[in-house]
Design a protein around this ligand. Structure first.
Ligand code: ADP
Length: 191
């Protein structure tokens, strides 16, 4: 049948958002991106948005408490019962443990961790290009490098966390968008 409860892992610029859009369309499940939800909170000027803005602009992580709360709320919505692509969450080992707890309550554990791997210099270039096109506040070179450091230190250990559970499927994210999504879909079918 293939997995439908999916954690998408990859450095900033690896293409998680782009590929998540393809996967949710193919599998008809929701895309849950904590980055998108936080940017929406910033734009709406909510209390969470006010707390998160400076941290995000500096390329650092919003507190586990805030993002776990956001994820818990979103995962409890009815459409998440058919599966989900989590993009940008979990990003720390504590978030991963919290996610396991949330899903245990619902009785629907993570089935697959899809890891998109890319070379650092390639993703820095991609993000600098996105900065020109979209003007995201955290897409400047200094902040991009900080986000990479944060990824290596705090998020990359999740590969081991899910690896120990036998859930990781690694896919090279260096080709065209189409060829990467073909690889991702076949990894999911085999999961
Ligand atoms: P990227 O493509 O750079 O990985 P995202 O859109 O996923 O970007 O996230 C942008 C920013 O939002 C992060 O740099 C971080 O400040 C914040 N953020 C998103 N998800 C999380 C999370 N799970 N934990 C902490 N901070 C998060």
């Amino acid at each position: 049948m293939g997995a439908t409860r999916i954690v998408l892992l990859g450095a900033p610029g690896a293409g998680k958002g782009t590929q998540a859009a393809r996967i949710i369309e193919a599998l008809d499940i929701p895309h849950i991106s904590t980055g998108d939800m936080l940017r929406a909170a910033v734009a709406a000027g909510t209390e969470i948005g006010l707390k998160a803005k400076a941290v995000m602009d500096a390329g650092q992580l919003v507190s586990d408490e805030i993002v776990i709360g956001i994820a818990r709320e979103r995962l409890s919505e009815p459409d998440a019962s058919k599966g989900f692509v989590l993009d940008g969450f979990p990003r720390t080992l504590d978030q991963a443990a919290a996610l396991d707890g949330i899903l245990e309550e619902i009785g629907s554990p993570v089935e697959c961790c899809l890891a998109i791997t890319v070379e650092t210099e390639e993703v820095v270039q991609r993000l600098l290009k996105r900065a020109e096109l979209e003007g995201r506040a955290d897409d400047n070179e200094e902040t991009i490098r900080e986000r990479m450091r944060v990824y290596d230190a705090q998020t990359a250990p999740l590969l081991e966390y899910y690896g120990e559970k036998g859930m990781v499927k690694e896919v090279l994210g260096m080709g065209s968008i189409d060829s990467v999504s073909v690889s991702l879909m076949s990894a999911l079918e085999a999961a």
